[in-house]
Design a protein around this ligand. Structure first.
Ligand SMILES: [Zn+2]
Length: 419
């Protein structure tokens, strides 16, 4: 199962506000109870707190009480996970904006081709709250897939102005790759090398530029402001926008790459960059390090690409990145130079990004998986349905508006490698 989520926004609604304030009270109490008693299973929390919650909120549909306990359990789980990984300094989770899971029995949705009508029952034997949406094209395709019965929907969540509905698609089996495409992730570009010897480069500096732009807005907006709450508000606003825009961008790039791989029946090969930022951080001047660490959203991109590849059944291989930019892909010698590299052994010349991508492709080729049962055509069919630019304009880099891909025309003699 892979999940794709629909995020819908609606104007604040008094009934939903009331519901959320009751749910928030329950969630906060359940979180404290779970932490104090060291019990985090949803049904344990429900069992302990259900009677008192029912008494205090008799007007609510009983499902909201259960789902508040479920929300609290999810919050505590996420908090403990962060704590284990050393990413949480607080000793109890911070509960900001109220949100709650919506039970499927209190949730009805209908699709008429342009409008999505959602009915949420808050109180039993009362009219449900009706929310109407006219979703963006990228979501309409997903909703139509649901209407066609190609996917199932998971537990929605609701907050004051946002409704998120996860759609669960069955996984397509991965196909057996006939080729590889090595992808070298650089700060301003992605460089690819395919088994047929074609090399390309894709300019992705837009993401870093937008990150820097939003950082500048944060600095300007908070300049001279002493009130920490006001500062935090500005920072939150711009960070959120920054995250959304870079994610959207990388989604488009990932779609393009997945589509390129399916067209040639290839596998994508990526460097495994786990812990890489930390390694870089040790060996870099401070200014450069800060820029790179804050504006290089490459792990986000890898995560998105990994997810997309899974949805469409495209094989994805991870390789160890050590030495990919130093060794000659033909003879294995040590490359010399800064931007244009030369191999003293065999005389191979080339751009450093292209040679790195070549090395990545080679390592991927060496570990091609055998025994895939899927079919690239099936992935392509799903891709056409979910990504076709029939509606809306599509994001930057999406197949409807692809990023310019420059095909590199350097010396690629020596491919395929004979050694
Ligand atoms: Zn060489």
């Amino acid at each position: 199962m892979t999940t794709l989520a629909i995020r819908l926004q609606f104007p604040p609604n008094p009934e939903i506000d009331r519901l959320l304030s009751s749910c928030k009270a329950m969630v906060m109490e359940a979180v404290s109870w779970a932490l104090e008693n060291n019990k985090t299973a949803t049904h344990t929390i429900v069992k302990a707190l259900y009677p008192s919650f029912r008494e205090r909120f008799p007007e609510l549909h009983s499902r909201w009480v259960q789902k508040s306990a479920r929300t609290a359990a999810a919050i505590v789980h996420a908090f403990r996970r962060r704590k284990r990984r050393g990413r949480e300094k607080r000793d109890r989770p911070k509960i900001g904006e109220a949100w709650v899971y919506v039970d499927k029995s209190t949730f009805r949705w209908e699709w008429d081709g342009t409008h999505l009508t959602v009915r949420i029952t808050i109180r039993p034997r009362a009219h449900p709250v009706v929310l109407r949406f006219r979703p963006h094209g990228k979501y309409r395709r997903l909703i139509e897939a649901w209407a066609r019965g190609e996917c199932d929907f998971g537990e929605p969540t609701i907050s004051r102005t946002r409704l998120i509905i996860p759609l669960k698609f069955p996984d397509l089996p991965r196909y057996e790759p006939r080729a590889v495409c090595g992808i070298d992730s650089n700060e301003r570009s992605l460089d690819g090398f395919e088994s047929n010897g074609a090399a390309w480069t894709m300019d992705t500096s837009w993401a870093a530029m937008k990150c820097a732009d939003h950082d500048r807005r944060i600095r300007r907006g908070t300049r001279g402001k002493q009130n920490p709450k006001a500062r935090e508000k500005i920072i939150r606003k711009h960070s959120q926008r920054r995250r959304n825009r870079t994610r959207e961008f990388w989604h488009g790039v990932a779609c393009t790459l997945v589509w390129m791989a399916m067209r040639t029946g290839g596998a994508l090969v990526l460097e495994s960059l786990r812990g890489m930022k930390r390694r870089i951080a040790r060996s870099m001047p401070r200014r450069l390090r800060q820029r790179l660490l804050n504006h290089w959203s490459i792990r986000t991109f890898h995560r998105i690409l990994c997810h997309k590849a899974k949805v469409y059944g495209v094989p994805l291989l991870w390789i160890d990145p050590r030495g990919t930019s130093k060794a000659c892909p033909v003879c294995g010698g040590n490359l010399r130079g800064q931007v244009e590299l030369v191999c003293p052994g065999c005389g191979l010349k080339g751009n450093r990004h292209v040679l790195a991508a070549w090395n990545i492709a080679r390592r991927g080729q060496a570990k091609l998986p055998i025994g895939g049962t899927g079919d690239p055509e099936k992935g392509m069919a799903r891709f056409r349905k979910l990504q076709s630019p029939k509606w809306g304009q599509g994001v930057v880099g999406a197949p409807g508006r692809p990023l310019p891909v420059q095909v590199w025309s350097g010396q690629l003699a020596g491919w395929p490698p004979t050694a």
